[in-house]
Design a binder for this molecule. Structure first.
Ligand code: VL7
Length: 134
């Protein structure tokens, strides 16, 4: 059975988000707010087509993609940089490469038990977020 990321996921904890945001040049005030957030993720997976909505009391972010198909990503409300992104499978992980101004930028999602992991990467910094199935 292939992994199914579909569902509602509630924030549990994060690590190193401050350093990740600094590499993206996020300003002080926005970082202070972002560090306090407990976002929710709503994932819909239909075959290789995904939609991931991240919502919070401050800002929301949505992305839709098909595995293996490059797409334009605007990171609106995050750092607002444009990327040419692509998501691929690596065993049971989905791995996104965000090609753009920032080197080694991307993220991965995987599931352990009833927890959803998100690893965010940018220029040598890695931030991990953990969510629990609602
Ligand atoms: C990335 C925070 C910090 C700017 C606002 C914070 C609003 C809630 O990329 C993401 O998820 C992927 C994988 O699920 C799908 O695109 C969400 C959130 C990490 C980045 C940058 C702070 C400003 C956070 C939307």
């Amino acid at each position: 059975m292939p992994v199914d990321f579909s569902g509602t996921w509630n924030f549990v904890r994060s690590e190193n988000l401050e350093a990740y945001m600094l590499t993206l040049g996020i300003d002080f005030a926005t970082r202070k707010i972002a560090n306090m957030l407990k976002p929710q993720k709503f994932i819909k997976q239909e075959g290789d087509v995904f939609s991931i909505q991240t919502t919070s009391t401050f800002r929301n972010y949505s992305v839709k993609f098909k595995i293996g198909e490059e797409f334009d990503e605007d990171n609106k409300g995050l750092d607002n940089r444009k990327c040419r992104s692509v998501v691929t499978w690596d065993k049971d992980k989905i791995v996104c490469t965000q090609n753009g101004e920032k080197k080694n930028r991307g993220w991965s999602h995987w599931i352990e038990g009833d927890e959803l992991y998100l690893e965010l990467r940018c220029e040598g910094q890695t931030s991990t977020q953990v969510f629990k199935r609602a």
